[in-house]
Write a protein that binds this ligand. Structure first.
Ligand code: GLN
Length: 325
């Protein structure tokens, strides 16, 4: 952890220095992931049984730039499930098709300070979920989508946003999550009981589980980060998917809520709009510049990738990428 703001002096825009820092960031991520597995502080998620099969000491880092440059180290081709990072895609679809006002009439924009799958505040503090980056908010957003879209349409959107046509549904993870997703079922039915959830809770949950079970890799997550960094436009085809005002909304919510109840600390130490998932992924966007994807299934207690955070922290610190630098 970097407690000091002193940094070695070098030209942070020099391509050679950037390459060096990205290499160091990868090594840092890998080392932190491996150490956490050794000392027991990091492990793969096991509340979805299929996820426990991941090799927790693996790590990969991919950085994509909007001039076509790409730097990848480690396990960046290996497929894993997107999990909560799909919440970004679902929110993007909701904003695009239903607009800002409609989307946020069902969900707030506040950090919750609770675990990602917490139910407490939903029943005791507010009828509306706190934000779309936690399960309650994402299930609520999905209830809008599942009444209006087929899964294949959302899959297509995910492929476009990640610039990756090879994304498919991981059936084994989907079945495993669907079998054991009682907490998410509870959330959906509480929302239904309050008259907030739209449509059928089981249909909503099925689509939510499927979107969490899309198989991506660190490269796809770098692609997603790059489209977000590029104001919703694929820099290579010029195609525009989402209005830039909505991208600002999405990036802001990633910044404030993207790592659940670790978002505040992450904002201080990294300060790049990011979203994590319990499959071990993190997508991050450096506005106007880079998309970054990491894969490291060793998670900390908050459900965030230890290797991913270490690598992003190193890059941010050395290259002055924190929003408030
Ligand atoms: N599918 C997971 C769940 O609903 C997603 C959670 C996550 O990635 N934090 O529990």
């Amino acid at each position: 952890m970097y407690f000091t703001y002193e940094r070695p002096a070098f030209d942070v825009n020099d391509p050679g220095e950037i390459q060096r820092v990205i290499r160091e960031a990868y090594e840092n991520g890998l080392e932190n992931a491996q150490l956490s597995v050794e000392d027991g502080s990091g492990k793969a998620a096991d509340y979805i049984p299929e996820l426990a099969k991941a090799k927790a000491d693996e790590f990969g880092l991919c950085v994509k730039a909007n001039d076509g440059g790409m730097i990848c180290h480690g396990e960046t081709k290996k497929r894993f499930t997107i999990q909560s990072i799909s919440k970004v895609i679902n929110l993007a679809v909701s904003l695009k098709y239903f607009g800002f006002r409609e989307t946020f009439s069902y969900v707030q924009m506040e950090p919750s300070g609770d675990d990602f799958n917490s139910i407490i505040k939903l029943d005791m503090v507010s009828n509306l979920p706190f934000n779309p980056m936690i399960n309650a908010g994402a299930i609520q957003v999905m209830s809008l989508l599942s009444e209006n879209f087929e899964f294949e349409e959302l899959l297509d959107f995910a492929r476009k946003l990640c610039m990756d046509d090879d994304i498919v549904l991981n059936e084994a993870v989907y079945r495993s999550e669907s079998r054991t997703g009682d907490r998410n079922r509870a959330i959906a039915y509480i929302l239904k009981s309050k008259g907030i959830l739209q449509g059928d809770p089981d249909k909503t949950l099925d689509m939510y589980f499927k979107m969490c079970s899309l198989s991506v890799n660190a490269e796809s997550l770098a692609g997603l980060g790059l489209v977000l960094a590029n104001n919703g436009q694929n820099p290579f085809t010029g195609k525009h998917f989402i209005h830039r005002g909505y991208i600002r909304t999405i990036r802001s919510l990633m910044y404030t809520c993207g790592l659940y109840n670790e978002s505040g600390k992450y904002a201080v130490l990294v300060g790049i709009p990011s979203k994590s998932g319990v499959g071990g992924g993190i997508t991050a966007c450096v506005p106007g510049r880079w998309g970054i994807g990491t894969f490291g299934p060793a998670l900390n207690k908050k459900g965030n990738s230890i290797g991913g955070i270490a690598a992003l922290q190193h890059m941010s610190h050395m290259l002055h990428l924190n929003t408030f630098d």
